[in-house]
Write a protein that binds this ligand. Structure first.
Ligand code: NAP
Ligand code: GDD
Length: 340
């Protein structure tokens, strides 16, 4: 059985990756942050009591800001594959917390690379490393963007991801480590965090449909993104680490839609006129915007045999159906007199 270590295991991608790796018979270890409230909702469905002899999924407290803790986890787990997904991943928040974002996203990746390098040197074991880069690194570079497009980051988040990308390339070249940068374009799902625009829209519009809220406040509706389904994308992460040689890959659907397009599609499915409910709030504008992301994933399709399985419309339907069910549950509780 192969052993994988995932940072960011409680996030959208981390949770799908655990599902995927357990189905492939891996033993999976995840790094989880200590929080005063539970932050394991996305992985509760797969977590078994570690005392259970059948358990193959284990959690360890750790943080990308704590290099010593990361070292201890790597020494204990002895991973064959490391997936570094942890990040302060919100672009707008990175303008408000640039130092923290740099510490976790850029220096945090460096801490993990150093811990892994020492572990490999001391034990002579070989581990493979996947790093979650981002299409945000392209900024306003003209679309379509591929592995050869020059980077032009436009947020503290994107600058930090680019630094982490650079560390990964440097460690690959300097120490002959097997490291892949996955340059993933936006990917969404019913497990998407509720402050990212797609989920914010599906949550709000389904609640509006059931009379649970009146308004949806948004920022720039003209920005275009290449939106895929997160479950399809974690397969690409794994495929990168199964190759003979390590390399960097763009993962995208190769189609782009505006925030307004997304809104239109959601409203169509719910038979609502979104213009009655949506208001523009300048607080959601960014100091610098990325106008159009559109990937060219031909390298991943040719070399990894990876392909998109879920269309834009299927993705929207899945998210709307999921959030409609959540709204129905809220409605039922409210009608039964519960204060939400
Ligand atoms: P997400 O849902 O925001 O999850 C982020 C994960 O990182 C969570 O598990 C979070 O823990 C953890 N984390 C945050 N700060 C940490 C720290 N200081 N130490 C340890 N863990 C920390 O993000 P995602 O959508 O799954 O994305 C996964 C990765 O891919 C991220 O690196 C993101 O930047 C990158 N990415 C995402 C997309 C996308 O469209 N989703 C596209 C390109 C790249 P808590 O649960 O405790 O908050
Ligand atoms: N979050 C948010 N909230 N975005 C809004 C809103 C709003 O109310 N209104 C308009 N937008 C616009 C943003 O300005 C942006 O152009 C677009 O919607 C998408 O925003 P997000 O969903 O926050 O995602 P992102 O593209 O900034 O970043 C995501 O994708 C990156 C890959 O390109 C994140 O997942 C990053 O972690 C990831 O690297």
């Amino acid at each position: 059985m192969r052993t994988a270590l995932i940072t960011g295991v409680t996030g959208q991608d981390g949770s799908y990756l655990v599902d995927f790796l357990l189905a492939k018979d891996y033993v999976v270890h995840g790094v989880i942050r200590r929080a005063s409230t539970f932050n394991t909702q996305r992985i509760d469905h797969i977590y078994k009591d570690p005392h259970n002899s059948k358990a193959r999924f284990f959690l360890h407290y750790g943080d990308l800001s704590d290099g010593t803790g990361l070292r201890h986890i790597i020494e204990r787990v002895q991973p064959d594959e490391v997936y570094n997904l942890a990040a302060q991943s919100h672009v707008k928040v990175s303008f408000e917390q640039p130092e923290y974002t740099a510490d976790v996203v850029a220096t945090g990746t460096l801490r993990l690379l150093e811990a892994l390098r020492d572990y490999m040197q001391n034990t002579k074991n070989k581990s493979r490393f996947y790093h979650a880069c981002s299409s945000e690194m392209y900024g306003n570079a003209p679309p379509p963007q591929s592995e050869t497009t020059p980077f032009a980051p436009r947020s503290p988040y994107a600058v930090s991801k680019l630094a982490a990308y650079g560390y990964c390339v440097n460690y690959r070249e300097s120490y002959d480590m097997f490291i892949c940068n996955g340059i993933l374009f936006n990917h969404e799902s019913p497990r998407r965090g509720e402050t990212f625009v797609t989920r914010k829209i599906t949550r709000a519009m389904t609640r509006i449909k059931l009379g649970l809220q009146d308004k949806l406040y948004l920022g720039n509706l003209e920005a275009k993104r290449d939106w895929g389904y997160a479950k399809d994308y974690v397969e690409a992460m794994w495929l990168m680490l199964q190759q003979d040689k390590c390399a960097d890959y763009v993962i995208s659907t190769d189609a782009t839609y505006s925030v307004k397009d997304f809104l239109n599609q959601v409203a169509k499915q719910l038979e609502l006129d979104w213009e009655k409910y949506v208001e523009i709030d300048p607080r959601y504008f960014r100091p610098t915007e990325v106008n159009c992301l559109l990937g060219d994933s031909s390298k991943a399709r040719e070399e990894l045999g990876w392909k998109v399985k879920t269309s834009f419309n299927e993705l929207v339907t899945m998210m709307v159906e999921h959030d409609l069910e959540l709204a129905r549950q809220e409605r039922t509780l409210l009608d039964a007199g519960h204060i939400l």
